[in-house]
Design a protein around this ligand. Sequence first.
Ligand SMILES: [Zn+2]
Length: 258
Amino acid sequence: MKTEADFWACSQCRSINPIKSDRCYSCHAPRAVAAVRPTDMSMSSAPAPLAVTSSYRSSVPRAILVTVLTLLFIACTLTALWVAWTIGLLRAEGEREAADRLLQLRLPFFLVVPAVGAVTLLSYAAWISRVVDNLPALGAGYSRVGPTMAFIEPLLPLINVYSLAARAGEVIQKLGGGTHGLALVALAWLLVVPTFGVSAWILRFERYAGTVADFFRGAGLTLLVTFGIQSIGLVVGLWVIWHIESLCSARADGEPSR
Ligand SMILES: [Zn+2]
């Protein structure tokens, strides 16, 4: 039989949680700061404000870093795809030697692109982790995840496809942002994620519909155009970051947010 010792009550929203839960299922307040014994809960008085354990530290420097790195990543990738396209055109013209020479010459640059991409993702993880860490100090409650998980989430392949958008949306809602912020998150996601599938589908079609020369001619252009669309999505993503920054600074300055 379960006893009172198997549960903790949330001082903020009066929800009863199993003792194993580290966070309130309802308001996500951590057990460490919000837990009271169920029998100690006051039914008449309003909940005492939570003791905020971490102080507010601006996330603006990290937002600037993400912005610079994302623009660098877009520029590097577009350049690399353009070079790859010219190499493909040489192959299509049957100039295999010239194509191979150009490929060898540009190979170091092609390796730079994934490295810049990885550093950009790391900077985003550091930024969203700081924003999640700041929520309680800004009086915006708690995220579903702690700052450490908020850092790890964006780096996990496939899981990040969901979590990047979900966490940004959650933060906007916690900070009291309107639907236009959420619409921007959805737009960025739609421009970046499904485009991978469209690109792969077109490449498949090009591979089987024409000659090998046609494929070399078309594939580079397809990748360039689809990444161009994804770049727009990434820029919308930067817009989301600065929207969140404006919500944070409005709260930090004590102005009521919209
Ligand atoms: Zn709660």
